[in-house]
Design a binder for this molecule. Structure first.
Ligand SMILES: NC(=O)c1ccc[n+]([C@@H]2O[C@H](COP(=O)([O-])OP(=O)(O)OC[C@H]3O[C@@H](n4cnc5c(N)ncnc54)[C@H](OP(=O)(O)O)[C@@H]3O)[C@@H](O)[C@H]2O)c1
Length: 484
């Protein structure tokens, strides 16, 4: 397949927090990959900014080391490395002080696209936004990129939105949820809205239920302090799982444009039913011979924070009433796997006498690992032996479809940063979406706090608490196995 990389316009990208973990682990290796792919124009400029006392030469060495550490051996060996490092510079600034800001402002070319990535804690967003305007580094065409967590409840999210709105218009604000940058997530929209095949069946008449699982094998070790104030609900459900749910459940937008898509996603969030306490299971992982349990990782022996949550969600609209969506996410589970499964109903009558529930069509949309989709269809088992039915997967895995060019598929951060430069907000969360998601999540968390709810323990390396399995069993359903 011929490469279709289209270079973006020349740009200045300032990464506040340019020395931090996210910048070194994801943002800069991602930018280097886009540079190697030929997507970055000759005069693109990337400026790291943080308080550390570094010069440009020191910053280039830091980023070269980061690419070697986080980008993989092949990337680090790429002969384009010196050319990429020349695009980088560094200015020491304190988001809360004034030194360095005039120097940073002097580097920005206002006639080019300029974007400012706030890869810092949300407590600094207001200071950065105010100084960008005060030092005349940003105008009405500038873009700012902000990271999760976007608030920890509705009140704090509103406050953050208000702070940013004092300096920037909504059309300039790019709230990143990297799940939206995944190839499969966009493919989900292509499959739903680019084919006649699925959309007529995409409703409560034909779909029994939907499962969305985001399972991790890692624990919270290293960031236990931060995580213990957050938990799976705030860290994963309110943003990543909610976004996946929106894309699965939304009505077809009139066109593939940022506000048309985001309007439809917002309607889904607003149609979500309040969640009953018995439709949520929270869990905390236990220890293994070589790994401590959650509470030890969190350094909080009486922690009531969940490292796992599973829930049954209802959507009150014509398309989905009566068809539940089950969400599940957790740490230290059996395998690392993010997957959406759409389980279709049984055929109304089996002329083959098949037992109910044994030959259902299932669409599996896999986000990681091995991004791709499979559709389970029922066929006759080949060969003699009469009419025996078997389910086989129709494989739409990208690696199969596009062969070696799969290496060129940009990862989520790469794609999203290039979308910022292009000025395309389709894959970014709008302020009202984030607030609506918190408005739905807040009462669930407040209910736990009011009841003093304690998460159920679960074995590391398992599928989570047995109560989560029982929750589906009560509905006559079962979770899809978590597998890599
Ligand atoms: N790491 C991830 O994988 C990840 C994933 C999703 C979201 N996030 C979010 O992304 C943001 C950054 O995360 P991170 O992991 O990169 O954090 P980090 O490793 O702690 O880095 C924070 C960065 O901010 C800079 N900084 C701190 N105070 C500053 C100030 N007053 N003025 C200017 N720069 C300042 C730090 O550099 P100096 O100390 O040199 O100033 C550093 O470069 C956080 O909001 C985090 O929640 C991170």
């Amino acid at each position: 397949m011929a490469s279709r990389v289209i270079p973006v316009d020349a740009f200045d990208l300032v990464i506040f927090g340019g020395t931090g973990d996210l910048a070194r682990r994801k943002i800069l290796p991602g930018l280097f990959r886009r540079f190697c792919a030929g997507q970055m124009p000759e005069d693109a400029q990337i400026i790291g900014a943080a308080r550390s006392d570094l010069d440009t030469a020191g910053y280039r060495t830091m980023i070269k080391d980061a690419i070697e550490e986080f980008g993989g051996a092949d990337l680090a060996q790429n002969p384009s490395m010196p050319g990429f490092l020349e695009r980088l510079s560094y200015v020491a600034v304190d988001a809360r002080g004034d030194s360095g800001w005039p120097e940073l402002a002097s580097l920005i070319r206002m006639e080019k696209v300029n974007a400012f990535y706030f890869s810092v804690g949300p407590g600094l967003f207001g200071d950065l936004a105010e100084r960008l305007k005060r030092y005349k580094m940003a105008d009405d065409s500038s873009r700012i990129v902000v990271e999760k967590p976007f608030g920890r409840d509705l009140a704090t999210a509103k406050a953050l939105n208000n702070t940013l709105a004092q300096h920037f218009d909504e059309t300039q604000i790019y709230r990143i949820d990297h799940y939206l940058g995944k190839e499969t997530v966009q493919n989900l929209m292509a499959v739903r809205f680019g084919n006649m095949l699925f959309e007529p069946l995409w409703n409560n008449q034909y779909i029994d239920h939907i499962q969305i699982t985001v399972a991790e094998t890692v624990g919270v070790g290293g960031r236990g302090g931060y995580y213990d104030k957050s938990g799976a609900m705030r860290d994963m459900v309110q943003n990543h799982l909610m976004q996946l749910l929106c894309l699965i459940a939304m009505e077809p937008p009139a066109k593939f444009d940022p506000d048309a898509v985001r309007d439809e996603k917002l309607k889904v969030i607003r149609a979500l039913d309040p969640v009953e306490p018995h439709h949520v299971v929270r869990g905390q992982y236990g220890d293994t011979p070589d790994q401590p349990d959650y509470r030890t990782h969190a350094e909080n022996p009486s922690s009531k924070t969940e490292s796992f949550v599973a829930m049954k969600v209802g959507i009150s609209n014509w398309r989905w009433a009566g068809t539940p969506v089950y969400l599940r996410t957790g740490k230290r589970l059996r395998a690392r796997s993010s997957e959406i499964t759409v389980v279709f109903k049984d055929a109304p009558h089996s002329i083959f006498g098949a037992e109910k529930g044994t030959h259902r069509n299932e669409l599996h949309i896999r986000l990681q690992p091995n991004e791709g989709m499979t559709l389970d269809v029922t066929i006759k088992e080949p060969g003699p032996g009469g009419m025996r039915l078997v389910n086989v997967p129709l494989d739409m895995t990208f690696a199969e479809a596009i062969g070696p060019d799969v290496e060129d598929v940009p990862d989520a951060y790469e794609r999203l940063i290039m979308d910022v430069i292009r000025g395309n907000q389709t894959l970014f969360m709008r302020g009202d979406e984030v607030e609506a998601a918190w408005a739905w999540t807040d009462p669930i968390i407040e209910g736990w706090e009011a009841r003093g709810d304690v998460p159920k323990p679960y074995d590391s390396g398992s599928d989570g608490p047995t109560d989560a399995i029982a929750m589906l069993a009560r509905d006559g359903r079962s979770w899809r196995e978590i597998s890599a």
